[in-house]
Design a protein around this ligand. Sequence first.
Ligand code: 13P
Length: 244
Amino acid sequence: MRTKLIAGNWKMNLNFIEAKELFRDVQAIENNDKAIALCVPACYLSAFSNAVDPFIFAQDVSAHVKGAYTGEVSASMLASLHIMGSLVGHSERRQYHAESASVLKEKVDRLLENNLIALYCIGETIEERNEQKHEAVIQKQIIEVLGHLTSEQMKNVIIAYEPVWAIGTGVTATTSQAQEMHAFIRNEIERSFGQTCASQIKILYGGSMNASNAKELLACPDVDGGLIGGASLKVDDFKFIYES
Ligand code: 13P
C-alpha cells in the first residue's frame, strides 16, 4: 500500500515573510492518510530544516560533492540541515539550465550517497506527444538517469510525471492520459528493478493540478500523489487538493 504524497513546488516565489506564513498555514492542515512535502527555495531551507510535517525538499542540488562551485548547494549540505531530499530534473531546469541526463544522474547519485530522496521529474513536450514519442521519451529519461541504480537504491527515489505541456499552462492531462502514463512508468520500473520496486515506488502527477481536477487525478490507481506548482502558493487550494 503506497501512502499518497502531496508536494508543493514553490519554484521562485514568495518573500521570506510570505514563505513563513504559508509554511505555518500548511503545517496547520489537519493530517489525513496522505503525507505533505514542500519544495522551497534554497535560501529558505535552513529556516524550515528538521521539519517532518510537512517534509522539506530542495528544488535542486549540485552534481558535485564539494568545492569551487560558486552558487551551488551540495547534497551533504542538505543532509546536514536534515532536509528530506531534492527535486532532480524539473523540466524548468532541463529547459533553462540545459541540464543533461549525465548531470541529472550525478545529482541523483549525490542525493542517494547522502541518504536523501531524489524526487526525479520526467515528462514529454507537446511536440513529442503529438509525434507519438512520449513513451519513448519517458523510457529514455528513466533509463539514462536511474538505470544504473539497484532496486535497494530505488527505495529512495520518487518519480514525478510532469508533462511539459501541462506545467503552468492550465491544461491538465486527462485522467486516462495520466493513468496510462503512470502505468507505463510503473511497468518500466518493473522491467528494470523488479515487481517489488514497481509496487512500492511513488509516482506523482504534476502539471496544472488544482482544486478542481485533483480528486479525479488522485483517484487513478497508479497516481500516488501530486507535485503542485501554482496551486501550492495558496493554502486554500493546496488544502483542498490535500483533502481530495
Ligand atoms: P503547475 O502546477 O503550476 O502547473 O506546476 C507544476 C510543476 O511544475 C510542479 O513541479
